[in-house]
Design a protein around this ligand. Sequence first.
Ligand SMILES: Nc1ncnc2c1ncn2[C@@H]1O[C@H](COP(=O)(O)OP(=O)(O)OP(=O)(O)O)[C@@H](O)[C@H]1O
Length: 306
Amino acid sequence: MTNAYAVQTVNLTKRFKNKTVVRGINLEVPKGEIYGFLGPNGAGKTTTIKMLLGLTRPTEGEAYILGKNIQTSRNQVLGKVGSLVESPSYYGHLTGYENLKIITQVLGLNEKRIDEVLRLVRLEKDAHRLARNYSLGMKQRLGIAAALIGNPELLILDEPTNGLDPAGIQEIRELIKSLPQMTGVTILLSSHLLNEIEQVASIVGIIHGGTCIYQNRLHHLKNQAAKKRIEMEVISVKEAAHSLKQLGWNVYQDQNHLCLDNPAKEEIALLIQSLVQHNFSIYDLRHREQSLEDIFLHLTGKGQSL
Ligand SMILES: Nc1ncnc2c1ncn2[C@@H]1O[C@H](COP(=O)(O)OP(=O)(O)OP(=O)(O)O)[C@@H](O)[C@H]1O
């Protein structure tokens, strides 16, 4: 396994009885980056994360965390991983500081580390308030502080903004974005919200129905999204597409439209000429930009919004 990846999985699969909920996925999470693990509810994100953390056993395949197989080197690996899966657990009758102190004692860490992580998650001013009086966003930040206290190389956050209000979401988002630069940590962030992943991740893996259907740098997706196309409503669209293709045009049919990607102005004029010469009447012509949402809908199948 290569050292460039903080997480690498090979054919990772999980079946519950006869139901396959994670199907042969090959994740590659480069070190020092934020990987957005995106998929609708029930797609298999939490199950995958539980396998990465050694909380549930894969039915097939392997997961390598920081170059080590999690099944065979669990204790060695987990010391270098911080995680927040589901809601954070904390003692409400203790302060934020006291909650973190318990963790330093259990892990045998220096108490100095508490102030460092409180600063990282911007809770230093509220450190001595009772955790039960924290807002949801502050509780979540306390959970992230707890995950960071052991100075992990990898931080795994499963839907960390679930249940937060817009201000809380923004706080957590800014925090996540700042962490790799401040600490060098790699972050695997799962979410069902395209817009959340879009704002923080540099790489995205999309899981749908247990299968990883896309994995690449976010800017590749954004480039795809930036593509413009023209859509023409013409008579006999199938025949028109066929004739133009034979003439060397890179056109294609999308539903009732004849489409061409990224055309120059001159190409549009020539295309119209060709259609008219071949007696294909044009009823309408419009430019369209695809949004990231369009691409996700295309990838995940129509009607399956993320
Ligand atoms: N212990 C289990 N036994 C049987 N089925 C399970 C078990 N755990 C999860 N599943 C099923 O596996 C599928 C994937 O669930 P998972 O929680 O991994 O999805 P998810 O992408 O994290 O979605 P969510 O964001 O809703 O948690 C779901 O259909 C779920 O019902």
